[in-house]
Design a protein around this ligand. Structure first.
Ligand SMILES: Nc1nc2c(c(=O)[nH]1)N[C@H]1C(S)=C(S)[C@@H](COP(=O)(O)OP(=O)(O)OC[C@H]3O[C@@H](n4cnc5c(=O)[nH]c(N)nc54)[C@H](O)[C@@H]3O)O[C@H]1N2
Ligand SMILES: Nc1nc2c(c(=O)[nH]1)N[C@H]1C(S)=C(S)[C@@H](COP(=O)(O)OP(=O)(O)OC[C@H]3O[C@@H](n4cnc5c(=O)[nH]c(N)nc54)[C@H](O)[C@@H]3O)O[C@H]1N2
Ligand code: SF4
Ligand SMILES: [Mo]
Length: 905
């Protein structure tokens, strides 16, 4: 019997509802929930492959510990692990005070998980040292809302996309990072061709390419642009003076400031055309205008000002609190909102209360039944790891986040983790960069197993229900926190019983009580109601029949006098400017099909097909000037670190700009990934670090020796072993490709480049790991003089066809792309046999690779699509004939572009 369980997607903040299909306690499929108001049944490439990521082969299944850093960790019991952690934490607290310990959590925890950790730190231990990866993500949005509107509450909702006439997307690649919102945008544009879409992004992303107007501003110049738009609107008489008069404060000062932001001056600062600034301002001023923004604004040393300057535009035009209008921060992680609600950050408190406010502290102490909650703000993410490094924080507990990959200035973070006296890591997977540093490693349950609630970008709370049991000894995050807290309570002889929970409902109910009378009041909700009546938006007060779709319709803001505040934002240049020694801008961001450090998406072969290896994208001019060809290996560096990877020509970056995706880290390449280079500087108000840009230099490396290894694999252990070789080559990356099927996990690939040929023994070891030695049915070609060797494994598949299941090219690898396509297709031709045994290493004439896979759901490659377009196919024909873009729709923006580029008109 197939069981169906309603839950949510555990990736982005769109918060799509899913229906998990399971059989015999195994997850077998996932579908979009047709009744969920975030997605109405749709899922993107990542959501629709969730079931493929729910395998156990790289899950963390048992606790592990070590008492000596020089020895490897060993499997241990929960009692041993938690008792050790309690002893270490208790001793540290007793000797050095509560602020000598810290918790670093995640916007991917459920609200109930978060609630317990926050109470544990602030209520039991008495430290505010509890921060989260939301500091790297949403904290500028929080700060921006608070200074202007008075509370951390996104005022708009998804439905506003259908009502807006001007969608202003700033610093968000919605098509990649919030695909289901993007599907709604495509629908809205189709229904209303007059809808104007403006995209503000230095890069020409898929989102930007499809916009009516793309403002490719220079990195970090958003405040100048927004002030310039305000200047134009002021000049053109497009402001709503009645609104400003009645509902806001501070406009006079701002007006003085924006006087000087003439289109001419702003065009110079931003590197865009004057006319485009005027057009954007006119569209925005006409309204209704809805702005959607994300990391391009938040991850900046001026993140709070960028947010506030954009909100200024909404207040000055009265574009807020009505259908189709308002500032709308897109939340990154699935439950960053829930974390903010329970106050799970070093500077926040439960129920959107403020740490600095004595009355608020007393309220929280009262609700928890403790004497007081600590007053001193805790350390924010960057400060926290700095404190670990200099020794004032001695023990740190890290849950559901991978700071050894995602924090900026990684070399410094790794030093901190090395220095810490005691590190606990609580994760669901065993292959993260941070796990290496754990003295105690705790196995957590994860997607499909967990129970609790989450809040998405539009303030909508959805129940997360378990489809299957937790595997082996893994436990729920909240339960781990409660168990530890109860033990610590006893050990510290506190005599309290602050954690009497045996169900998530009890925790939810306590959290609900903390929201009473606050802006996010959910006292009208019950845990069961969320399952019975479906997801609900906050606020939802006792006695209310429903939540609120939009906030501030009445013009009353969460400020003492009820009036919104204009922020006098002044443009300042970014912290990391380019100079003669570091002449290139480096931007970072996301790929369509990967999630952060890839601990989950990295297990699903098809999610590599759209972008298969780490690369630095460069403008053609910059490459030409440096005699760099597409695919050449380059070294990128600045004073913090360096990275070696191939250069890829891209029309998405302007001259002197480059881009590296944030996903690839030391699990997938030799090197720490892009965060080896990023600066630790942060916004002084939001404490959010500048993760979007830095300045770099770049040089071409001559690495003539090349190797590619490809092999069909049946579990991820082989990948884990291959990782051990990454650090042996000047350039190396590994990953998967092809498709996960019933019988195998897809194909593994290892690419390497080096100055000279490495030790032959290392190649033999790799062959042995891949089962490409001895009696295996191999074809071998060796040209010792030229240092070229080819090895091909041909096995008989279930249909009795000869199939290439392994390839190892050493010395030279020109045939990689073509052989990738041959692998796993059951087509071992005589021609291929001849090639394999011949000195020729380039692909045989006439062989062309399929190119990247554009449509992952239906496995349709770029070259097939282009061929069809050149024969006259438009989007509809492509969809009918090749079926690409007919399932999840994530590739539709790219299909449209291909049609635009290749159609002969
Ligand atoms: N596929 C995928 N989706 C995800 C995630 C993922 O890992 N993978 N992660 C989720 C999370 S946690 C988050 S926070 C969101 C992030 O979602 P987004 O913020 O949309 O994604 P990014 O690619 O990080 O950055 C967005 C854009 O900001 C641009 N940018 C850089 N500097 C500037 C600037 O100075 N000004 C402006 N205006 N733009 C700039 C970049 O060029 C980039 O295209 O995605 C969520 N969704
Ligand atoms: N240069 C650069 N750096 C960035 C960014 C950028 O744009 N550029 N973006 C930043 C942003 S916005 C974000 S949000 C961060 C994200 O950075 P991280 O939080 O480090 O990213 P993840 O890889 O999602 O880490 C989540 C971890 O939780 C584990 N996990 C999954 N499910 C569970 C569970 O249920 N319980 C537990 N305990 N563990 C689980 C996963 O295996 C994974 O190790 O990266 C930031 N870093
Ligand atoms: S848009 Fe995609 S990743 Fe985001 S919640 Fe929906 S299915 Fe998941
Ligand atoms: Mo994020």
């Amino acid at each position: 019997m197939i069981k169906q369980t309603k839950s949510t997607c555990c990736y982005c903040g769109v918060g799509c509802g899913v229906i998990i299909h399971s059989e015999n306690d195994k997850i077998i499929d996932v579908k979009g929930d047709p009744n969920h108001p975030a997605n109405f049944g749709r899922l993107c490439t990542k959501g629709s492959t969730l079931h493929l990521s729910a395998k156990l082969d790289n899950r963390l299944l048992y606790p592990e510990l070590r008492t000596n850093r020089d020895l490897p960790r060993k499997r241990a019991t929960w009692d041993e692990s938690l008792d050790l952690a309690v002893e270490k934490f208790a001793k540290t607290i007793e000797t050095h005070g509560p602020d000598s310990v810290a918790f670093y959590l995640s916007g991917q925890l459920l609200t109930e998980d978060y609630y317990v950790f926050n109470k544990l730190a602030k209520g039991l231990i008495g430290t505010n040292n509890v921060d989260t990866n939301s500091r790297l993500c949403m904290s500028s949005a929080v700060a921006g809302y608070k200074v202007t509107l008075g509370a951390d509450a996104p005022p708009a909702c998804y439905e506003d996309i259908d009502h807006t006439e001007c969608l202003f997307i700033a610093g968000s690649n919605t098509a990649f990072a919030h695909p289901i919102i993007y599907r709604r945008i495509e629908d809205a544009k189709a229904k209303n061709p007059n809808l104007k879409i403006v995209v503000v992004d230095p890069r020409q992303t898929d989102t930007a390419k499809a916009a009516d107007l793309h403002l490719a501003i220079l990195p970090g110049t958003d405040v100048a642009l927004f002030n310039g738009m305000l200047h134009v609107m002021l000049w053109e008489g497009m402001l709503n003076h009645a609104y400003i008069e009645q509902y806001t404060n501070g406009f006079a000062e701002l007006k003085e400031t924006v006087r000087e932001y003439t289109p001419k001056m702003v065009a110079d600062i931003c590197g865009i055309k004057e006319a485009d600034i005027i057009t954007a301002a006119k569209w925005f001023g006409k309204g209704p205008s809805l702005s959607m923004y994300c990391m391009g604004l938040n991850q900046s040393v001026h993140g709070t000002e960028k947010n506030a300057a954009l909100i200024n535009l909404h207040l000055a035009t009265g574009q807020i609190g009505k259908p189709g209008a308002g500032p709308f921060s897109l939340t990154g992680q699935p439950n960053a909102m829930g974390g903010r609600e329970v106050g799970g950050m070093a500077t926040l408190m439960s129920g959107h209360r403020d740490l600095a406010n004595a009355e608020h502290r007393a309220e929280v102490a009262d609700l928890w039944g403790v004497d007081s909650v600590p007053e001193t703000p805790g350390k924010s993410a960057i400060e926290m790891f700095d404190a670990v490094k200099e020794g004032s924080i001695k023990a740190i507990w890290i849950a559901c986040t991978n700071p050894a990959h995602s924090m900026p200035d990684l070399n410094s973070v790794l030093e901190a983790l090395d220095t810490a006296q005691f590190v606990v890591v609580q994760d669901a997977f065993n292959n993260t960069e941070t796990a290496k540093y754990a003295d105690v490693l705790l196995p957590a349950s994860t997607w499909g197993e967990k129970e609790g609630s989450v809040t998405n970008s539009e303030r909508r709370i959805t129940r997360v229900n378990p489809a299957v049991a937790t595997p082996a000894e893994a436990r729920h995050d909240w339960a781990i926190a409660v168990d530890f807290a109860q033990r610590l309570e006893q050990r510290l002889a506190k005599g309290s019983a602050l954690f009497p929970y045996s169900t998530t409902e009890q925790i939810f109910n306590e959290h609900r009580e903390t929201t009473r009378g606050r802006d996010l009041d959910i006292t009208g909700l019950s845990y069961d109601l969320l399952n019975e009546q479906g997801p609900q938006q906050w606020p939802f007060k006792e006695g209310d029949a429903s939540g609120k779709a939009r906030l501030y319709a009445d013009g009353v803001f969460q400020k003492p006098d009820g009036r919104a505040q204009f922020v006098n934002a002044v443009y300042k240049a970014t912290a990391d400017k380019t100079d003669a020694r570091h002449p290139l801008h480096l931007l970072t961001g996301r790929l369509r099909d990967q999630w952060h450090g890839m601990s989950r998406t990295g297990n699903v072969a098809q999610l590599f097909n759209h972008a298969e290896e780490p690369v630095i994208q460069m403008n053609a001019d910059d490459m030409m000037r440096r005699s760099i060809n597409n695919g050449d290996i380059v070294k990128v560096s600045n004073k913090r670190g360096s990275l070696v990877l191939p250069a890829q020509v891209s029309d998405e970056v302007r001259p002197s700009q480059t881009f590296i995706p944030m996903h690839w880290g030391s699990q997938y390449m030799n090197g720490l990934g892009v965060n080896a280079l990023m600066p630790p500087s942060f916004d002084k108000t939001s404490k959010q670090p500048e993760l979007k840009h830095t300045a770099i230099k770049l040089e071409k490396l001559e690495l003539p020796w090349r190797m590619t290894v490809m092999r069909t694999i049946h579990n991820l252990e082989v990948l884990q072993k291959i990782r051990g070789f990454l650090s042996h080559f000047e350039y190396a990356s590994c990953g998967l490709f092809g498709r996960q099927t019933e019988t195998h996990s897809g194909m593994l690939i290892l690419r390497a480049a080096h100055t000279e040929a490495p030790d032959a023994q290392m190649i033999e070891e790799i062959d042995a790991i891949l089962g490409m030695t001895g009696d295996a049915p191999l074809l071998n070609y060796l040209d010792a003089k030229r240092g070229i060797s080819k090895r091909i494994l041909v096995e008989t598949n279930l249909e009795n066809k000869a199939e290439v299941t392994g390839v190892r090219l050493v010395g030279e690898t020109l045939a990689t792309a073509w052989l990738k396509d041959v692998m796993g297709t059951g087509e071992f031709s005589p021609e291929l046999r001849r090639w394999a045994l011949a000195p020729l290493s380039a692909p045989p004439a006439g062989q062309r690779s399929r190119g990247k896979i554009v449509c992952n759901c239906l496995d349709v490659a770029e070259n097939e699509i282009i061929d069809n377009i050149q024969l006259g196919a438009d989007l509809i024909t492509l969809q009918n004939k090749l079926k690409c873009g007919t399932q999840c729709g994530s590739c539709v923006p790219e299909l449209k572009q291909l049609v635009r580029i290749y159609a002969k008109n």
